[in-house]
Write a protein that binds this ligand. Sequence first.
Ligand SMILES: NC(=O)c1ccc[n+]([C@@H]2O[C@H](COP(=O)([O-])OP(=O)(O)OC[C@H]3O[C@@H](n4cnc5c(N)ncnc54)[C@H](O)[C@@H]3O)[C@@H](O)[C@H]2O)c1
Length: 349
Amino acid sequence: MSAPFRVALSSDFRKADGSPVYPDFDLEPLRKAPNVEFAYLEPRNPVEAEQLKDFDALILLGRRFTKDSIHPNSRLAVVARFGVGYDTVDVEACTRAGIALVITPDGVRRPVAVSIITFILALSGKLIDKDRLTREAAAGFARRGEYMGMGLIGRTLGSIGIGNIGAELFRLIKPFEMKLIAHDPYADPKLAAELGVELVGLEEVFRRSDFVSVSCPLTPETRGLVNAERIALMKPTAYLINTARGPVVDQKALTEALKERRIAGAGLDVLEKEPPDPDDPILKLDNVIFAPHALCWTDQCFAGSGAADIHAVLDVQHGREPRVIVNRDVLESAAWKNRLAGFRKRFAG
Ligand SMILES: NC(=O)c1ccc[n+]([C@@H]2O[C@H](COP(=O)([O-])OP(=O)(O)OC[C@H]3O[C@@H](n4cnc5c(N)ncnc54)[C@H](O)[C@@H]3O)[C@@H](O)[C@H]2O)c1
């Protein structure tokens, strides 16, 4: 009987008392899988190589995985990110070491698209202001006429990025009868046409949109993409929504624009620094709705992402290629091929 396939779970899945932080992440399929063992790592950030020396797979939540997280014994075969953002992972180092990086687009597609719509509806309906007015009783009711919302029919929704989440946003927003535009240098024009989305230049998204939503990854190319010049192109009645990654937006420039009411407001699930400093001036603004990088967190989001990660890890255990690999170059690496062939021999028979 060969040694079991060993899966590490990053420490942030578990509370200090040992109970799971996210009970919707169902570990039963791992527990029941033949020839599989799993264990939580001790809290280290980034994950340390020594912690991983006895593991074949890592399911990674918020911890960083750098080149120094890779043990020279070449045992680790797969890093399965819980979610789709992988700016916390050194992808090139993984590829060099023959480690596949997988993500869970099926788990987050609907929940994040719903978060963007939540922001659109809350901002356009002035939900937070009206909550406050109601709590002020008669004085608040007397001022409700000052808080007219924005109807959505015929208004323009522009997305920066029309990938997994951007496309789902456009699918879900259809009945609201908005005009749909997007900028994405790698867009599939056929998909855009099917969704009724006009592909436009980057500046045009800022100029034309009533809601600019950011759904691109954080890369060297997209860092600071929403900058002062582009924010200056927005209509004074327009809103910015960011559910992607904070540093895609120049937060200082956005804070200034919001403070001076050069745009109407913003919905931000992500910030440049998380958690933010308590005295960050953006937190003082009343025309922003925030969420702590968690608006998409639902029972279904966690169940879906967890199931997808476990599926990917068990694929590797059986010597099968997982479905959603970020670093597809790894498939050509001898180290990866050898490990996969070894797992096939040990576990797929
Ligand atoms: N807030 C959250 O909790 C949360 C959850 C999941 C994902 N995210 C973020 O959302 C991002 C998008 O997720 P996804 O699943 O749609 O990813 P995806 O890779 O399927 O789609 C991203 C799209 O952005 C496009 N893109 C790349 N560079 C661009 C550029 N310079 N300008 C415009 N578009 C560009 C890509 O071509 C792609 O179509 C992730 O990278 C992640 O950072 C956030």
